[in-house]
Design a binder for this molecule. Structure first.
Ligand SMILES: C[S@@+](CC[C@H](N)C(=O)[O-])C[C@H]1O[C@@H](n2cnc3c(N)ncnc32)[C@H](O)[C@@H]1O
Length: 307
């Protein structure tokens, strides 16, 4: 497979940074709320999902709002290049949002798991099953291993990412981390995890022209991957914390709607299985900037529990 050219990678990086700027400040929250409402009004049925491996037919507006980072072909090319760099120079590839954010996410998540009251989950971090969605080079899992987690799994839909993550884990002595190729939107995983991590993956999914539909599919899928009482930690630069909370609330309302239909049909067994995401906490230590009297930060990390 051809690796992404420098030009392609810089176009992608530009479009990421445009989206990042869009999502990073609280200045235009009303406009972004309006956009989120439009997105949430899309039906989240699997039949609406067109794989990004297919040719996508869309109008100009779709293309404008999307980016190459929403396509698997982009990531496959990018990781092919990263693998070449690893073989030639030992480089690990991109640390998305930087090493400081990665370290903050790992230490903050450890503290959160230790202080969260969960009836069924032990305080011993080594017993927590951890899944990193869209793990890329897998370095976040290495950072979590350094914090005491040891039941670690990383998935990515790009084979190149998983190959790179495996090679880096072996090189760095983290041979107990499991890595497998899996598309979070069509996951083959049947197991549930007590801690599910996402750093930049929902962002990437949302950049596909079918982003709004795919984001709803993402929530459906993740709700099946988090164990009851388990925790989901999302790190995003394309959404503010408040946007993520509103998106989760809309998803919960959808679940509730399904619950009501189940109740009307007298399907009690199903009702017991329907859980919803509750906001737990967010990272408060990221550097902030102030503009026009409004404060914002470049990135947010938000945790939800599934109760
Ligand atoms: C911005 S990168 C972040 C990588 C990694 N989480 C990190 O923080 O370094 C987004 C990742 O999500 C992966 N990805 C995007 N859509 C995916 C999907 N539907 N299923 C699995 N992985 C996906 C990409 O291949 C890429 O590795």
């Amino acid at each position: 497979m051809a690796a992404a050219s420098d030009d392609e990678r810089s176009v992608a990086a530009d479009s990421w940074s445009v989206k990042s700027d869009y999502g990073s400040s609280a200045l235009d929250d009303d406009q972004r709320q309006a956009d989120a409402d439009v997105a949430a009004s899309f039906p989240a049925t699997a039949s609406d999902y067109s794989s990004d491996r297919d040719d996508h037919e869309s109008d100009g507006n779709d293309v404008e709002a999307a980016s190459m980072l929403g396509f698997q072909t982009y990531w496959d090319s990018s990781y092919a290049q990263d693998l070449t760099n690893f073989h030639h120079h030992g480089h690990a590839g991109e640390v998305w949002f930087g090493e400081d954010v990665m370290d903050t996410v790992a230490t903050w998540t450890k503290d959160l798991c230790l202080k969260t009251e969960t009836a069924d989950i032990s305080k011993d971090l080594s017993t927590w099953s951890v899944l990193d969605l869209g793990t890329g080079n897998g370095l976040l899992l290495q950072a979590l291993a350094k914090q005491g987690f040891s039941d670690l799994t990383g998935t990515d839909y790009s084979e190149g990412a998983i190959e790179l993550a495996k090679k880096l884990a072996i090189r760095d002595g983290f041979t107990n981390i499991n890595f497998l190729v899996d598309d979070v939107l069509e996951t083959k995983l049947e197991k549930k995890f007590e801690l599910v991590m996402d750093k930049g993956t929902l962002d990437a999914i949302g950049l596909h022209p079918d982003g709004p539909v795919k984001r709803m599919m993402y929530w459906d899928s993740v709700a099946n991957l988090v164990a009851p009482g388990g925790i989901l930690v999302i790190t995003s630069c394309n959404n503010t914390r408040d946007e993520l909370l509103r998106e989760v609330e809309k998803f919960n309302q959808k679940l509730l709607g399904i619950k009501c239909l189940d109740q009307e049909a007298g399907n009690e067994t199903n009702n017991k299985e329907k859980l919803a995401f509750r906001y737990l906490d967010h990272v408060r230590t990221y550097p902030t900037f102030r503009f026009g009297g409004v404060e914002g930060s470049r990135v947010c990390t938000v945790a939800f529990s599934l109760l």
